[in-house]
Structures are given as C-alpha cells and as structure tokens.
Design a protein around this ligand. Structure first.
Ligand code: SF4
Ligand code: SF4
Length: 364
C-alpha cells in the first residue's frame, strides 16, 4: 500500500480506500471478510455512505480491536434509521442517524464528518438554515469529529463550501468520463473541474475520489464512451494523477472485487497508462497536459508530468508548488528540444514549446 499525508493533519491515508455503496447487498459475514481483507492489505480509509444500513453493524464487528487502523467518513445527512438509505436535511433526523451510526460502528468518534451529498445551492442553504452545519461544527468542537468534509458532484457547490474555509476533505466524483463531459455526474466543464482540483491542492484540502469506474461503465467496452474497456488500474491512476487527490474509493461488492482493485499495485507503468481517453478530449482541453506521463521517458530526464502539474498549480497561486519546482534536480531549463514529447503526446500538447514557457515563468 502507498499512503499520502492529509495536508490538514498528520494522518497518512491509503491511496486506495474502500467505499460502501454496494457491499451492503452481501450477507454480514461477507462484508466483515471484505473489510478485514481491506485492513490486512493496508487500506485505512473507508467511506460509510452506502445504499444499505446493514454495513454499519458489519463494520462495527470487522473493526473490533482495529478501530485505530481505520479512518471513517461518516455522512451528516444520510439517514439509515429506517433500515434503508435516505437523504435528509432535517436536523433531528440527522442527529438520530449519526447517533445510530456511531452505536452500530461501536465507536465514539468520527474521523471525517461529512456534509452529505449536496449538489444544489438550495440544499446547501437548507443545510445551513436547519443548523445541520452548526451541529457538525459543534461535534468537531467537542472532538467527536476530527475533520470536516463535503461530498458533492458539483464544482460550484464545492467552491462555495471551500469559500467557508472549513474543509479538510472533499469527496468528489472523478473519472475521465465526467471530466470529459460524459455521464450523469459530468457536472461542470473539464476546465472548471481541473481548476477545482488545483484549488483543493492549493488550499490543502484533500480529495477522496468517488465513482472512479463510474459503476463499472468504464470497465466495459460496450458501455465506455471511449469505445474500449479501461482497466481498474488505469482508472485509479487517472484519479491519483489529479492534484489534491489523497485516495481513490473503489466500491467492491465482495472479496474478489476488492482483490481486483488491489491488483493495481501489481501493474506496470505501461499497464496504468490511460492515454486511450485522448480519443474524446473535449475541444477546450486539447493541448492541455493531463500529467499522464505517456510522453516519458524524456532524454533529458525531466519529469514532464510532474513539472506541468507544479506549473499549473503555481499559476493558480499555489506557493508550495512553486517551492517544489524550485527544488527539482531537472527543470524545464534542461530541455534539449528534441521534440520527443510533442510526437508522443496523445493530447496534442506542444510540450517542447511549453517547456520554454515553464522555464520563463519559474526563471529556471
Ligand atoms: S505532455 Fe502529454 S503525454 Fe506528456 S504528461 Fe502531458 S498530457 Fe501526458
Ligand atoms: S523536448 Fe524537452 S521535455 Fe520534451 S522530451 Fe525532449 S528534452 Fe524532454
């Protein structure tokens, strides 16, 4: 397992986490087995928003004696008291549901307390007006909640809550379909979405990625808009390459699917290469680097994907990214203008010319 450090905190988060969207369809013993395999494999980050109330008591049992090895995203606004998933902005219902979840999980603290699934401004207004946000902030004040998060599919809502300066984590739907304008949750243009990822990185807000495979659609050649099946490893790599991303939450339905997700670590760089998505690059994104490193290796040993990421972040005002760039051994100034990257880039980035631009910006 690999880990990334939460910017607002000391926690080291596994780059692959586990979502609970479908695991609740299984008998309790299978849920427990899957969660325990996740823990044994080094996964320490679990999202608790799922379609089934049954996951909570199963997690409670799976985490017995191991609670300190798991970080849980618990959603304020997801209601499970009836036995099925419900969405609410009623304060009493939220309180009862959170208490119920803590009891079933056999825990007295929440690692990440989430403003749950807000995609419309009116819902955000109701969330505040009904004092649910106050309740969540009070729980943080009391140290029951360690960090505040937001789950949304909409960049405009993410930006509004980022403006409040309360977030440590954003749960956002990231996959190449959505970024390229395909699918139900393809909300916002690619440019708007990329700016959001960079804003998170700049403001030290981590991103936990939901829907990395778009419920399996990307893994099926017949359903994928790219007219070819992507692999789980390619989808995971795509999300992990985005600025701000801490962890990618696959939603395994059983042990077999979890093992398939974890096989990411057995794949080569070539097997993780997702340049296939360039087939559908929207016009606004042609010529923009996606940091995929398909153009590597560079004969001058420049990490082309990385310095492009630092450049885009620095231009958006990320001081840390600038500092990181300045400590690099090889920078844009080392480019020997061989043109290899221009020929290799499937996204039509004129990288050789961009190296000049980057060198001029950083002065090295
Ligand atoms: S220049 Fe092209 S191939 Fe190279 S990292 Fe950027 S997008 Fe990928
Ligand atoms: S043009 Fe520059 S950055 Fe691109 S591959 Fe050649 S040396 Fe590397």
């Amino acid at each position: 397992m690999e880990y990334r450090k939460l910017p607002h905190g000391e926690e080291k988060i596994s780059v692959i986490g586990m979502g609970s969207s479908v695991i609740g369809e299984q008998p309790e013993k299978d849920i427990i087995e899957t969660v325990q395999l996740a823990l044994d494999s080094g996964i320490n980050f679990f999202d608790m928003a799922g379609g089934h109330a049954s996951v909570f008591s199963a997690y409670g049992k799976a985490l017995e004696g191991r609670r300190q090895n798991a970080m849980l995203q618990v959603h304020f606004g997801a209601d499970y008291i009836t036995g099925a998933y419900g969405w609410t902005t009623n304060l009493d219902t939220v309180k009862k549901s959170v208490e119920w979840q803590l009891e079933k999980l056999k825990t007295d603290y929440i690692d990440f307390g989430f403003i749950h699934c807000i995609d419309e401004e009116a819902d955000l207004i109701a969330y505040e007006k009904n004092s649910i946000l106050n309740y969540l902030m009070d729980m943080k004040e009391q140290d029951v909640v360690k960090h505040i998060g937001l789950s949304t599919h909409a960049p405009v809502i993410a930006n509004k809550v980022l403006d409040m300066n309360i977030l440590d984590m954003l749960m956002f739907s990231i996959n190449p379909m959505y970024d390229y304008g395909e699918g139900d949750y393809a909300i916002g243009s690619d440019g708007e979405r990329q700016r959001l990822y960079r804003r998170c990185e700049k403001e030290s807000v981590g991103i936990s990625v939901m829907k990395p495979f778009n419920a399996g659609q990307l893994l099926d050649a017949k359903q994928s808009p790219f007219h070819a099946a992507m692999t789980t490893a390619q989808c995971i790599q795509y999300a992990l390459d985005k600025p701000g991303v801490m962890t990618v939450l696959g939603g395994p339905g059983n042990v077999k699917q979890l093992k398939e997700i974890l096989s990411y670590f057995d794949t080569t760089k070539e097997e993780r290469n997702y340049s296939i998505i360039s087939r559908l690059t929207p016009d606004e994104s042609i010529g923009k680097c996606v940091y995929c490193k398909h153009c590597h290796p560079c004969p001058a040993n420049i990490d082309i994907g990385l310095i492009n990421k630092y450049y885009d972040l620095a231009v958006q005002g990320d001081i840390l990214a600038k500092e990181h760039y300045m400590t690099l051994e090889k920078t844009a100034a080392d480019c020997i203008r061989c043109g290899h990257c221009n020929r290799r880039c499937p996204f039509k980035v004129m990288q050789m010319e961009r190296m000049n631009e980057i060198k001029n910006y950083f002065g090295k």
